[in-house]
Design a protein around this ligand. Structure first.
Ligand code: FES
Ligand code: FES
Length: 146
């Protein structure tokens, strides 16, 4: 096992802090399951060492729901956008970053933002529906935003 100083952010979150909402998928930066927000940007937590992030803001799927489900999380629930749910935290993190910068993204913009987030259950259609739905909820002022 790596020393604490050399641990990835993902290992620190899951092993040291017990924040297991962030998933270990490929461990190589290719699947998006481990995505978190670092200063508002999507980062693959398996690819960065925790010690490199001193002083930076890290938000996990748990942090997003700190005050209850966000509009995006609610939309994923309403759209039934998961089967096993393994990809869902990363997808929600990716969608959160997207809607923070683009309140009404096109389908192409949603696909581009979530490119690299893999769903082994092939739930991409419903995930797209959920992000569209989240944009609606935010426009209507329903649910907290990203
Ligand atoms: S586990 Fe980090 S990108 Fe797959
Ligand atoms: S819902 Fe199973 S991996 Fe996406």
């Amino acid at each position: 096992m790596r020393s604490t100083a050399e641990r990835s952010l993902l290992d620190c979150l899951r092993i040291e802090l017990g924040l297991t909402g962030t998933k270990y998928g490929c461990g190589e930066g290719d699947c998006g399951a481990c995505s978190v927000l670092v200063d508002g940007q999507v980062v693959r937590s398996c690819q960065v060492r925790a010690r490199e992030l001193r002083g930076r803001s890290v938000v996990t799927i748990e942090g997003l729901a700190r005050d209850g489900l966000t509009a995006i999380q609610q939309a994923f629930l309403e759209a039934g956008s998961f089967q096993c749910g393994f990809c869902t935290p990363g997808m929600v993190v990716g969608a959160t970053a997207l809607l923070a910068r683009t309140r009404r993204p096109s389908d192409d913009e949603i696909r581009a933002a979530l490119d690299g987030h893999l769903c082994r259950c092939c739930g991409y259609g419903r995930i797209l529906t959920a992000v569209r739905r989240a944009a609606d909820l935010l426009e209507q002022g329903r649910g907290s935003g990203p």
